[in-house]
Write a protein that binds this ligand. Structure first.
Ligand code: SIN
Ligand code: FE
Length: 309
């Protein structure tokens, strides 16, 4: 696990950075390689959360060009949406040039703004980002795709501090069985599975907010919680500390690289779902690793349903 620094962009020759990311390394750009205007950053830093109209979690749904987390003040919401729209566009342009092989089939996911000082946040265990974990989205199963995230530290003064651990392959070999991988894999192929699948379709057709989840997505969600609750993993497993100064940008597969944030405030982030087919080595995908460990396919079989979180 290491940091791969890209000092100047564009690089003189094309370098295929996919193997670095897929192995769990972080691509780090000390200077953000795209436009991130100071006035926009300052505007976001100065948002007021008093009164509850602006939530502590502001997201931009790229595909719908819609923000969530701001209510009431239409002019304010429009300004924030415009900042997100530009950030998202710049990130997409940059990452398309950096990782063209992913760009041909990725799915653009949400962007987000993280306005709260991370040190000492008081959150329920599942939501604590100071505990090391791999990412999984309750409402957006990836069906085997990988979660690529681009972060930009837009603080004027504060370094963002991460502690990561060894890549998915290593932690899955150690903990996946304990976390219930085999149970999930077996249940997906049980005689009851087709019935579950029919109920899922029925509930959805009734308009209920349920998410059909592949066995893979069920496991990844469970593993996220399992890791956060596991004291042995949190305290005794490998740890690597990284500091991302103001003005820097970094990219990482957050389902391959276990990570946590210990301190820092004001970060922008854009997520992509990268297709397994576009990896330099498909065998590195968490789903391939899990299927090898349990000896069963994790996308086949009936999806299990669960309430939308
Ligand atoms: C996380 O994805 O767990 C948090 C990372 C961050 O906000 O720096
Ligand atoms: Fe995370």
């Amino acid at each position: 696990m290491s940091l791969v620094t890209i000092d100047s962009w564009p690089t003189r020759q094309h370098i295929d950075f996919r193997p670095q990311l897929e192995a769990g390394n972080i691509l780090f750009l000390p200077t953000t390689p795209f436009a991130a205007p100071e006035e926009s950053k300052e505007f976001l830093r100065n948002l007021s959360f008093a009164g509850g109209a602006v939530h502590k979690n502001i997201a931009y749904r790229t595909a719908q060009d819609r923000i969530t987390g701001i209510e009431g003040d239409a002019a304010l919401a429009e300004r924030v949406r415009d900042i997100f729209r530009r950030y998202s566009r710049e990130v997409v342009r940059f990452v398309t040039a950096l990782l063209p092989d992913y760009a041909s089939s990725w799915k653009l996911d949400y962007a987000s703004f993280r306005p709260v000082e991370e040190e000492g946040r008081d959150l329920p265990l599942n939501k604590r980002n100071d505990l090391i974990h791999t990412d999984a989205f309750p409402s957006r199963p990836t069906n085997g795709g990988l979660i690529l995230r681009v972060f930009t530290n837009i603080s004027a003064t504060k370094t963002r501090v991460w502690v990561t651990s060894d890549p998915f392959r290593s932690i899955a070999e150690r903990y996946a069985r304990e976390a219930g991988l085999h149970r999930i894999a077996v249940a997906a192929h049980s005689p009851w599975a087709p019935l579950r699948s029919r109920s899922a379709r029925m509930l959805r057709s009734l308009g209920l907010p349920v998410v059909p989840r592949s066995p893979y997505d069920r496991f990844m969600l469970r593993f996220h919680d399992y890791l956060k609750r596991n004291d042995d993993f949190q305290n005794n497993y490998a740890q690597h500390r990284y500091e991302f100064p103001p003005g820097s940008t970094w990219l990482v597969f957050t389902d391959v690289t276990p990570h946590s944030v210990q301190a820092g405030q004001h970060a922008l982030e854009q997520t992509f779902i990268v297709a397994r087919e576009s990896l330099s080595d498909r065998e590195n995908a968490p789903i391939s690793i899990l299927e090898r460990i349990c000896g069963r396919p994790l996308l086949a079989g009936a999806p299990a349903i669960a309430p939308m979180a």
